[in-house]
Design a protein around this ligand. Sequence first.
Ligand SMILES: O=P(O)(O)OC[C@H]1O[C@H](OP(=O)(O)OP(=O)(O)O)[C@H](O)[C@@H]1O
Ligand SMILES: NC(=O)CC[C@H](N)C(=O)O
Ligand SMILES: [Mg+2]
Length: 478
Amino acid sequence: MCGIVGIVDAGGVSFQLYYALYALQHRGQESAGISTFEGATLYTHKAQGLVAEVFNRHTLQELRGKAGIGHVRYPTTGSKIPENVQPFNFKYRGLTLSIAHNGNLVNTTELRGEYERRGQIFCTTTDTEIIGSIIADALRASKSMEDAVLLCMRRLRGSYATVALLNDAIYAFRDPLGIKPLCIGKLDQGYIVASESVAIDALDGTFIRDVRPGELVRIDESGLSSTQISTANRRAHCIFEYIYFARADSVMDGKLVYDVRRQIGQKLYETSPVEADLVSPVPDSGTAYAAGYAERSGIPFLEGLMKNRYMGRTFIMPTQKQRDRAVRIKLNTVRGNLKNKRVVLVDDSIVRGTTSRRIVKMIREAGADEVHLRVGSPPIIAPCYLGVDMPTRAELIASGREVEAVRESVGAASLVYIPLEDLVEATGFGELDICTGCLTGCYPVEIDGEKTSRCVVSYMGGSLQSDLSTFDSGKEET
Ligand SMILES: O=P(O)(O)OC[C@H]1O[C@H](OP(=O)(O)OP(=O)(O)O)[C@H](O)[C@@H]1O
Ligand SMILES: NC(=O)CC[C@H](N)C(=O)O
Ligand SMILES: [Mg+2]
């Protein structure tokens, strides 16, 4: 779930891009990068590390121009190596293209093979380079950016919210199902597109709207224009954005994330009331859920865990060793709030169980009488292929296990997950407008060996109808 941003601003963009990436840091902690354009020169600075580690005043001053894009990475395809740090640049005669992507393709191997057979040499091991290659190839053949993106949408399978800097114009597009978020804001002297609205807020901008699924937006110094490249008969917004990834203060596809989480917290109490002395969130992402739970139950909201504010997110760290170590440093108990108390502990999700195992033990050691765990998502039972790094069933604590076995494994007195119907209702979307692959094992795009739900996409000009389910006969439809 990387974070992407594109800005055109008459006053210069590098510092603005930096602050926008800072606001999106929670979406990717592995690397950060910015590309800008001025005159005939493409400037790029990128490296592994957090936004504040990668850039300083000097590097930002060197990034000249009034248009640029930025990226924070959370690796999903291609390992954690310097070559995979985005944005990626493509140069050909008078053409300079820089590209940054949030999402994950499921036909990378097939497309890479095809391009390699045509003589293409790839410099990275990511899926993103394929998107850049398709666009650069089309532009080299004198096609328009609209044609290039049309080709992308016909060829790419998976999720892709993308920003591209083509000379001094920014292009932004979203896959036909709108799996990953992308929104548009107005700045004093220009425009911004970003993964989440918090990046617009950080620049004192005004939220305009979301980029529509299948839409291509162009921004340059004369303003903003849009072309609808493809249209689908459904959407598939990622449910995990609402559960965990997005910041609670973001408005995403018309929903304030905090409201969704708070409502889930309320429903969690209604699903299975419990008598307790306090409701404690698991910071950060569990907080809005706990607020809703406390509100509905009337049980006092009290923090039993304190988060070290200098620690980032643990779930998105690449190795189990790093994740274990990080949880130990990140969370500590507030002993006085827990001693001899019956505690309802509310978190957004249990994925591998790293966090819950550790904190239930810590809270018990702090003297709590009972720890009741409440979770704002149903059990995560299937891998995500579309942008969350949980690639195998084996690593998921709830995959192939009953709730009782998970409860025992994390050591809680009781464990309750929100039912899927309640979660879907809280998002306000229809069941067919969100991707619940990680919760149901049924995906909105064709994935080898997995169930696929029906989806029909039509493309600009109406000449091509692609029914993804035809690749998939015999598999279940929802
Ligand atoms: O079961 P696990 O594999 O531990 O994964 C789930 C946990 O990881 C996430 O927290 P994280 O620390 O990444 O981020 P947060 O500070 O936003 O809650 C999530 O909020 C859960 O607490
Ligand atoms: N999390 C993401 O959006 C990652 C983008 C891309 N798949 C990469 O791994 O670099
Ligand atoms: Mg958490």
